[in-house]
Design a protein around this ligand. Structure first.
Ligand SMILES: Nc1ncnc2c1ncn2[C@@H]1O[C@H](COP(=O)(O)OP(=O)(O)OP(=O)(O)O)[C@@H](O)[C@H]1O
Ligand SMILES: [Mg+2]
Length: 401
């Protein structure tokens, strides 16, 4: 290559060194020999200031320089071991640090005297800062997401309760209407069946079908009576009036209900344990209806315990005050409910019991009674783990509007 071309190539090479986007310097005998423009920008020194300086001028001062988290300080040891060092803190002229990825190269010359060290710094301060911000933003997003999910679940639960309450209200009205319409024709059927019995008696006293006819007529009357009892049952909670309302001691009501079932529970080995809170306020309600609620709950618990086949079980009744409500927790160690049963348990006429043994009205009625009082009844249960009902009764429902 002619000399002029060589000179041009050397000039170009110098330009490449100077314009490189990474900060580069050469070190000879521990001092900076030459550096490029990017190094000026990185360190804040001018070339003429730093050329010939100890390279350790770039090392953070232990104790006085603040080093970013997860970064390590630039040290003399790094110069001795060629390689790549990530997240290294170098000190600027103004006392601040920058984060760099550092490459240390030892370039050997023809003689030892020709050998030099080359340092290449890539500024990653902004990248790291962005990474940190990303991590923070990510965590914030995750929290927001969790919050959203929780709100969503709450909303869904609320919606379900609303749908359920709406269904119950509609069913209640329907039931009241049906009850009213059915009652009269039923009483007529009952009356006619009884009269028919009396009317045909003289003619069939000697007939071979007498027994059959008597039994059929009796079955009509029994059937009608059963239907009437359902109707009466339904009317208990669809009736709007507040007759029979008074200030009631919940402990008294619960105790009376348990006494009514006393023998039934005892004979099945069911132990009732009461955990009554002292100083509970009285509630304004109809004691007969409230008693009905606890009888229903205890009857269900008794049946559920009996279904375990163990021959014994336990009902726990806890009472407490919660703001303007008195709460009664009714817990049994019976067979419990699967999801489907739990979701339908309060529906009228839903029963898992044998035909003839349950009408599926107990819980729906209890729900109705409490709903009218602006109270509530909730169930927690898992198959094989018993059931827990929470009954909430307002101290004075008239205050809740
Ligand atoms: N404590 C309980 N443990 C397990 N399952 C229960 C419990 N209470 C209620 N259930 C379930 O909920 C259903 C509905 O109960 P509900 O009291 O409304 O009707 P029922 O007991 O079947 O009939 P009825 O009360 O009219 O005699 C029950 O058939 C049963 O499957
Ligand atoms: Mg029942």
């Amino acid at each position: 290559m002619p000399q002029s071309a060589q000179a041009a190539a050397a000039q170009r090479f110098e330009l490449v060194f100077d314009q490189a986007s990474d900060a580069i310097c050469t070190i000879v005998g521990g001092r900076i020999e030459a550096c490029n423009r990017a190094l000026e920008e990185l360190t804040g020194y001018l070339r003429q200031e730093i050329d010939g300086d100890e390279v350790m001028v770039l090392a953070p001062r232990p104790g006085s320089t603040r080093i970013p988290v997860r970064a390590r300080a630039f040290t003399r040891e790094m110069l001795k071991t060629p390689g790549t060092y990530e997240d290294v803190a170098v000190l600027r002229k103004d006392g601040y640090t920058r984060m760099v990825d550092l490459v240390v190269r030892v370039v050997s010359g023809k003689t030892d005297a020709d050998a030099f060290t080359m340092l290449i710094f890539r500024d990653v301060t902004a990248k790291k800062q962005m990474e940190r911000e990303l991590i923070t933003k990510h965590a914030e997003l995750r929290n927001a997401f969790v919050e959203l999910e929780r709100n969503n679940a709450e909303l869904k639960a609320m919606q379900e309760t609303l749908v359920q309450a709406g269904k119950m209200a509609a069913l209640g009205e329907l039931a009241a209407g049906i009850a009213h319409e059915l009652n009269q024709p039923l009483q007529a059927i009952r009356g006619y069946a009884q009269e028919l019995g009396l009317e045909v008696a003289p003619f069939i006293s000697a007939a071979p079908q007498k027994a059959d006819i008597d039994s059929h007529l009796k079955q009509i009357v029994t059937g009608v009576d059963k239907m009437s009892s359902i109707i009466k049952y339904l009317r208990t909670f669809t009736r709007k009036s507040t007759e029979g309302y008074d200030w009631v001691d919940i402990h008294g009501v619960v105790t009376e209900a348990m006494q009514m079932l006393g023998r039934q529970l005892e004979s099945r080995g069911v132990e009732v344990v009461k955990f009554f809170s002292e100083g509970l306020p009285q509630v304004f309600a109809n004691p007969v209806q409230l008693e009905q609620v606890f009888i229903n709950l205890a009857t269900n618990a008794r049946d559920s315990i009996e279904s375990t086949g163990r021959g014994s079980g336990r009902i726990e009744i806890h009472t407490r005050q919660s703001g303007k409500f008195v709460e009664v927790v009714f817990k049994d160690d019976g067979v419990g409910m699967d999801e489907r049963t739990k979701s339908k348990a309060f529906n009228p006429f839903f029963t898992t019991k044998e035909v003839g043994s349950g009408m599926g009205l107990g819980l729906s009625l209890s729900y109705g009674i409490l709903n009218k009082l602006h109270g509530s009844i909730l169930v927690e249960s898992e198959l094989g783990r018993g059931a827990e009902f929470l009954v909430r009764i307002p101290v004075d429902y008239r205050e809740l509007g």
